[in-house]
Design a protein around this ligand. Structure first.
Ligand code: IMP
Length: 180
């Protein structure tokens, strides 16, 4: 199906993202100080760029694992139904876990995935989201750390896609349809 025409207006620069990640990494390092069990769980696919930058700022012993959940398909609306498409390779029982999400929108994905991970009895489970759209929330959930709160706009870049495109933009931009 042909995608409608759109342009991308920069919303958050690559420089601002880097500065915010550095600040959050400092807090995370302090919070998990002394741990020898931290496992970073990335929610695919939108968080892959964020994780790559975040782990390089974390001067802690970390392991990285990935989980893929789907709620959006290729469209712009959350389906509210969260499916696990790819599960973790490793065990998290007794481990300190930091779940990394790209955007918290309705909140269904974060809620579903944290509930799932909690059934596996980690020692500690915290969450971090690069972006948060609080005005879109339908379930009461908030990440432990949030990079930026943004308005109700559809965004792309820095790992985040629209119909699988634009993940490779170095900044976060908002999609503006131009018609045609
Ligand atoms: P939630 O379950 O509604 O909170 O949706 C979270 C997921 O929807 C995110 O992990 C993204 O993959 C996707 N999503 C939410 N907002 C946007 C957006 O503005 N652009 C691209 N994907 C988004």
């Amino acid at each position: 199906m042909a995608q409608p025409e759109y342009v991308i207006d920069e919303m958050i620069s690559a420089k601002s993202i880097a500065a915010r990640i550095e600040a959050m990494a400092k807090e995370i390092r302090a919070s998990f100080k002394g741990t020898d069990k931290l496992i970073i769980v990335g929610l695919l696919r939108g968080s892959f760029v964020f994780i790559a930058d975040l782990v390089r700022e974390l001067d802690l012993p970390v392991e990285v694992d990935f989980l893929e959940a789907s709620s959006y398909g290729d469209g712009m609306e959350s389906s509210r139904e969260v499916r696990i498409l790819k599960d973790l390779r490793g065990e998290i029982g007794g481990r300190d876990v930091l779940l990394v999400e790209d955007i918290v929108d309705t909140g269904f994905t974060l809620k579903h995935v944290t509930e799932l991970l909690n059934t596996r009895k980690p020692r500690r489970l915290e969450t971090i989201a690069l972006l948060d759209k609080p005005s879109r929330r339908e379930v009461d959930i908030k990440a432990t750390w949030t990079g930026f709160e943004i308005p109700d706009e559809f965004v792309v870049g820095y790992g985040i896609d629209y119909a699988q495109r634009n993940r490779n933009l170095p900044h976060i931009g908002k999609v503006r349809f131009t018609g045609g």
